[in-house]
Design a protein around this ligand. Structure first.
Ligand SMILES: NC(=O)c1ccc[n+]([C@@H]2O[C@H](COP(=O)([O-])OP(=O)(O)OC[C@H]3O[C@@H](n4cnc5c(N)ncnc54)[C@H](OP(=O)(O)O)[C@@H]3O)[C@@H](O)[C@H]2O)c1
Length: 335
């Protein structure tokens, strides 16, 4: 039997006149999209974007049918790119993965080499996917924010959507770097979890200042924003002079309302953070995640879920009920 005849389980998102559907199916390597590197997938994860994609709550998928999963870790089986060789432990994420090209919810993935990074030395496949796109984006945000003036001695850094994947890793990284982190969450019952990651203070979302003046009391030198929408507008109004906001996500909405006053009177910097990067930047950030930005609390952040429970776990993420990173054990190949 050749490799292309071996069948494996995949979670496929399809579209029909009746609407979008997602279910387990069986594929072979011949069904995979073209690419330089074939990976035996061990773990994938459920990012907010994956949950929107698989339920049709967001128009994420750009090619049907498509195996979902925008990140995965595993081992290189074969490579036409000199940068990788069989046996390399790697992570695949971003660009078209799980969006316009079959993604990580399958035991095999074949992708362009530019979407692949070697895992940092000593980092397991489980630790790598616990970071995944979320951890990569958190590290990228902090890297960009520090390039724009963020520093531990300048004041508090607020992290909203705090129990989410991006936010959990951000809290861990910021606390290790000496920042006073204020975690803001819709799940105040998770305060212990957030403190263990390194938050100095935990606020319920309802406790965030709600004033609507162009400039409110200056509270934060930094903000890692997973939410967009009204919470992002509120952040612009309560930043200190020269404060830096990393705009990462849209869990609370796409549009936000703000005036120019924070930008022209306080010098507030609104930094866009996008994980679709070229190989040089990806290499630099993954190197940092293996060295000076290596998180300490990945075991607390990960929740490992059997492949067969993926659909139920996706519903929990859509409902905002999940905590940390939902890691899918694809390698066990059972549904
Ligand atoms: N820019 C990029 O390249 C990039 C990369 C990765 C992720 N993202 C985006 O970043 C955001 C976070 O991603 P993630 O994977 O960390 O998501 P996640 O794990 O699902 O976490 C999102 C968190 O936001 C809060 N939340 C959820 N729904 C909400 C709602 N309707 N209103 C207010 N808060 C809500 C919840 O935290 P609490 O209950 O603790 O408040 C939830 O845990 C998403 O919008 C995602 O698309 C962007």
């Amino acid at each position: 039997m050749s490799a292309s005849d071996i069948s494996f389980l995949a979670y496929l998102i399809s579209s029909s006149p009746a609407g979008l559907s997602a279910d387990f199916t069986t594929l072979t390597e011949a069904d995979l999209d073209p690419g330089d590197v074939t990976v035996r997938v061990q773990y994938a994860s459920i990012n907010f974007k994956d949950a929107l994609a698989a339920t049709g709550k967001g128009k994420i998928i750009r090619r049907f049918p498509c195996v979902g999963g925008i990140d995965a870790t595993g081992v290189v089986e074969s490579s036409g790119a000199p940068k990788f060789k069989p046996g390399d432990a790697v992570i695949v994420h971003s660009h078209g993965f799980g969006v316009s090209h079959h993604g990580g919810y399958a035991a095999r993935a074949r992708v362009p080499a530019a979407w692949v990074n070697r895992l940092p030395p000593g980092m397991s496949a489980l630790e790598g996917i616990t970071l995944g796109v979320a951890g990569y984006t958190a590290a990228l945000a902090i890297d960009l924010m520090e390039l724009n003036g963020l520093a531990p001695d300048k004041g508090k850094v607020v992290v909203n959507g705090a129990t989410g994947g991006v936010a959990s890793v951000s809290i861990d990284l910021l606390a290790q770097r000496g920042y006073h982190v204020v975690a803001v969450t819709g799940k105040p019952a998770e305060a212990d979890y957030l403190r263990k990651l390194g938050a100095s203070e935990v606020l319920a979302s309802a406790e965030m200042p709600a004033g609507n003046k162009p400039l409110e009391t200056a509270l934060w030198q930094g903000a890692v924003d997973s939410l967009g929408g009204a919470p992002l507008g509120a952040l612009t109004r309560s930043m200190q002079k020269d404060g830096v906001i990393g705009s990462i996500g849209n869990a609370a909405g796409l549009d936000f309302s703000a005036s120019v006053m924070p930008f022209i009177l306080r010098g507030v910097r609104l930094i866009g953070v996008n994980s679709d990067n070229d190989p040089e930047l990806r290499d630099r950030i993954w190197k940092r995640l293996g060295s000076d930005m290596r998180p300490k609390h990945l075991a607390q952040i990960a929740r490992v879920i059997p492949f067969g429970e993926l659909p139920r776990a996706i519903e929990a993420v859509v409902a905002g009920k999940a905590r940390g990173r939902a890691v899918i054990d694809v390698g066990s190949d059972k549904a």
